[in-house]
Design a protein around this ligand. Sequence first.
Ligand code: V4E
Length: 227
Amino acid sequence: MPVEVERKFVCDSHILEKLKDIGAVCMGQYEFKDQYFDSADFTLTLKNFWLRKREGSWELKRPPSSHLNAEKRAQDVCTNYREITDLLQIRAELTAIMGIHTEHTSDSSQTEQAKDVHAEFEKWLQDLKLECFAEFTTVRCSYTLEDEGDNRRVRIDLDQADFGYCVGEIEVLVSEGVEMTSAVQSIEKTAQKLGLGGEQKTRGKMEVYLQTFRPDHYAELLKAHIL
Ligand code: V4E
């Protein structure tokens, strides 16, 4: 199960030049629309679970099981989240976190599921009455950089959201439970090469989106130390 370790940063006007100077290679630019879902009382996001549909594909981001201290997490410059894309696994995670009582499915419905897991998943999701609380489009320029010391690839994304916010991300994918410290070191090494200073945590797209368009939801997440 991959864990995404990342650090966000503010992009200044010299970022493209700096990326070129440190040998980062541009992998291209693409655009995607994200829709995020939660219950009316924010059951998922208050537990730091982020369910989204990106260009038709479902994904759940959740903190690794070992990372339970929300207060500490809220202050960390580097964050780490498990990325789950397997629909049956997303369903199992949502069932557990939302305290849903599942009925045993018959053999025939299991066969049905196997036929079209995606349609079955969306039908199941509909019954949960989740609402889309955020919807925005991002134009992303992706760069890759070799960390020779640790023999791993670091990814750098420059995101421009359609509501007028720009943010950069330095990201490394690792396996859960291992390599976490060295992943953070690779990220910090890259941050230094880019001349990014300080321990200040940079706001993500979602934080700015919620503060602007969903202030009540934003206030609840701040109170719970999720953002
Ligand atoms: C995990 C999370 C959210 C889901 C969106 O995650 P993010 O990485 O910010 O978005 P994006 O578009 O870059 O996703 P990618 O393409 O990398 O998969 S929204 C809020 N969180 C929690 C969170 C947090 N508490 N602090 C920081 C700095 N980031 C995220």
